[in-house]
Design a protein around this ligand. Structure first.
Ligand code: NAD
Length: 376
């Protein structure tokens, strides 16, 4: 079967869905790989690298995609690319299925079998395919780097002949994969780190990284984790108590990094405009949830908003700001996923009833088929 990789066309997308390393391994598994010329440049993969790995280059996206049994992409293909697909072809990518209905409908209409990597279940066998984790980890790292860049002071304490520089105070709100990496990175840079989450399991994780945990630990908190390991949407009462607890704390922070998400729902509002206003001039907030509506009041997508000397950074796609590593990990996630299309003997014969494939399948035979996306 032929796997095609095209240049990502969505605004600001710098990642690519296969690297020379994964191309080589996919070919070893029996796939052929076709790459649109220039597809890897923003992620430091040259056409020569792809060719050396055994890929065939095509000048245009249309030519590459037209040959595909499987299209690998980072983000959902756009109309022209969908039009180039053969009916029955497979598309694998982060398709943003809860928000980007138009792309789903277009994929369905083109009779494509599309898999949304966001829906890969978080079972042990699928960890190697978990794009949310691989990308969130880098986003958490990058959030601290962006904060350090925007903040006019140092993160570590420094004792010098000219005087002492105080350590920065960093508060991480939402301690999933991204938040944990943000805590670890801020600690490595010498900041004094605190963190909060609504899932009780995170308390120990925060403390094991040498940071301090802060949350309203009532009955609702004790039950805030779903069986799938995700957060529930908290009641307005809980959110009010939590806001009161963190208010005084936020006022003393230099850097606040927010990462809170609830699958399929808008991001919870964690920091109000009044709390932003309570921070010292020069402080920085990094809102990782800005694409899902934002955790910080006043955050704006792809912008740095400055208010009362406080900067709210709303960069979209932080993994795209560390494109080489993000592409390398994402590509390995997709390569592992493509392995599911093969039989034990190595023949290409996707079984759409296989557990992981079934969970991630969003369109097939002309329709949107995923239960989480129907009647919405
Ligand atoms: P996520 O991106 O869905 O959310 C980020 C964090 O925001 C979560 O920790 C969530 O609890 C938190 N949050 C939500 N509402 C909040 C609020 N009102 N206030 C504060 N925090 C709030 O989370 P994620 O990174 O995808 O991780 C979710 C869970 O899945 C974790 O338990 C993680 O360890 C687990 N996980 C499991 C696997 C696996 O088994 N393969 C892989 C990755 C993650």
């Amino acid at each position: 079967a032929v796997i095609a990789v095209a240049r990502e066309r969505r605004a600001g997308e710098t990642r690519v869905a296969a690297t020379a390393d994964t191309v080589k391994k996919l070919i070893a598994q029996g796939f052929e790989v076709v790459v649109e010329a220039g597809a890897g440049l923003t992620a430091s993969v040259t056409d020569a690298d792809y060719e050396a790995a055994g890929a065939k280059l095509e000048k245009t996206a249309k030519a590459a995609i037209g040959k595909a049994d499987i299209l690998f992409c980072v983000r959902g293909p756009e109309a022209a690319e969908i039009a180039a697909l053969k009916p029955g072809a497979i598309v694998v990518g982060t398709l943003n299925p809860h928000q980007d209905k138009a792309t789903l409908e277009a994929l369905a209409k083109a009779k494509v079998s599309a898999f949304a990597m966001e829906f890969v279940p978080r079972i042990t066998r699928a960890q190697v395919m978990d794009v949310l984790s691989s990308q969130a980890n880098l986003a958490g790292y990058r959030a601290v780097i962006e904060a350090a860049e925007t903040f006019g002071k140092a993160l570590p304490m420094m004792m010098t002949a000219a005087g002492t520089v105080a350590a920065a105070k960093v508060f991480v709100m939402g301690v999933g994969v991204a938040g944990l990496q943000a805590i670890a990175t801020a600690r490595r840079l010498g900041a004094v780190v605190t963190a909060t989450d609504v899932r009780p399991a995170t308390k120990e994780q925060v403390e094991s990284l040498g940071a301090k945990f802060l949350a309203v630990e009532d009955e609702e908190f004790k039950n805030a984790q779903t069986a799938g390991g995700y957060a529930k949407e908290m009641s307005p009462e809980y959110q009010a108590k939590q806001a009161e607890l963190v208010s005084g704390h936020i006022a003393k922070q230099d850097i606040v990094i927010t990462t809170a998400l609830i699958p399929g729902r808008p991001a919870p509002r964690l920091v109000s405009a009044a709390q932003v206003a309570s921070m010292k001039p020069g402080s920085v907030l990094i809102d990782l949830a800005v694409e899902q509506g934002g955790n910080v009041e006043g955050a704006r997508l792809s912008e740095i908003v400055e208010t009362g000397g406080v900067k709210i950074v709303g960069y979209a796609n932080l993994p795209g700001r560390i494109a080489t590593d993000a592409s390398a990990l994402y590509s390995r996630n997709l390569m592992a996923f493509a392995g599911l299309f093969l039989t034990k003997e190595g023949a290409f014969a996707p079984d759409f009833e296989e557990e992981i494939l079934k969970a991630a399948l969003v369109t097939k035979d002309g329709a949107v088929v995923h239960p989480a996306l129907l009647n919405k």
